[in-house]
Design a protein around this ligand. Structure first.
Ligand code: PEP
Length: 251
């Protein structure tokens, strides 16, 4: 198994204002004050404060990302934000295809793929989210759903540098429920296999994050699962101390 440096990414969703930069400052202090964790750290706030948080993260190891982007570079798309705009604001990554966007905005695999391509065009790393619903899980369709989402959502030519996969079971997001480590291992192994089959050597190195109710209390166990190369964290990424508790799994 290739050694893959982990990424712990926070998804702030629709939370955060300029004053939230104090959480970034507190996290930067934690990172500076202790032995460097063996992982990269990313925070994806609302687009309105990407540049504010980028400034707050200056001099630290914290990278800043967006939560979504439009497929086009510019144009008549009221309310949308392009990957190039995120890059200009200081982002290095962008989440695409989060289940909340797939559900709330009807984003298809093809739409997600176009967004991932836009991220690559702009020089951003795309964090492409996949995950089954509870009904799909109960029907025993988890792996079929995940394979289909990977096939449809990942651009050709994706590399370990340009692309991160986040496996987020929809039923585990924001619910406090998580799959067992064994279940996570099975899905991550299937994702790894699909990535290797399609992208060869790059597929062996691509990060596969687990997301869904990751907390300080369960991070160590989940991050120890084979082929889990970090976490995508929602609620527990909003407060520096909670997020630090998760990052600490890599100390
Ligand atoms: C998410 O929304 O990406 C997520 C994983 O949320 P939470 O950690 O709150 O379950």
């Amino acid at each position: 198994m290739a050694r893959v440096k982990a990424l712990v990414a926070g998804n702030w969703k629709m939370n955060g204002v300029k004053a939230s930069k104090k959480e970034v400052a507190a996290l930067a202090k934690r990172l500076a004050g202790t032995q460097k964790p063996d992982c990269d750290v990313l925070i994806c706030p609302p687009a309105t404060i990407v540049s504010t948080l980028k400034d707050a993260a200056k001099g630290s190891k914290i990278a800043i990302g967006g939560q979504d982007c439009h497929a086009k570079e510019s144009g008549a798309h009221t309310g949308d934000i392009s990957a190039e705009m995120l890059k200009d604001a200081g982002a290095s990554h962008v989440i695409v295809g989060h289940s909340e966007r797939r559900a709330d905005h009807g984003e298809t695999d093809a739409a997600v793929r176009a967004k991932a391509e836009a991220a690559h065009r702009a020089g951003l790393t795309a964090i492409v989210c996949v995950g089954e619903t509870e009904a799909e899980r109960d029907a025993g369709a988890t792996l079929k759903v995940i394979r289909g989402q990977l096939k449809g959502s990942l651009p050709d030519g994706a590399t370990a540098k340009t692309t991160v996969i986040a496996y987020e079971p929809v039923w585990a997001i924001g619910t406090g429920r998580t799959p067992t480590p064994d279940d996570v291992a099975k899905v991550h192994a299937a994702i790894r296999k699909a990535l290797e089959a399609r992208f060869g050597a790059e597929g062996t190195k691509m990060r596969i994050l687990y997301g869904g109710s990751v907390k300080p209390a369960n991070a160590k166990e989940l991050m120890a699962v084979p082929n889990v190369n970090g976490a995508l964290v929602g609620g527990a990424s909003l407060k520096a101390e909670d997020f630090w508790g998760i990052i600490s799994a890599y100390l």
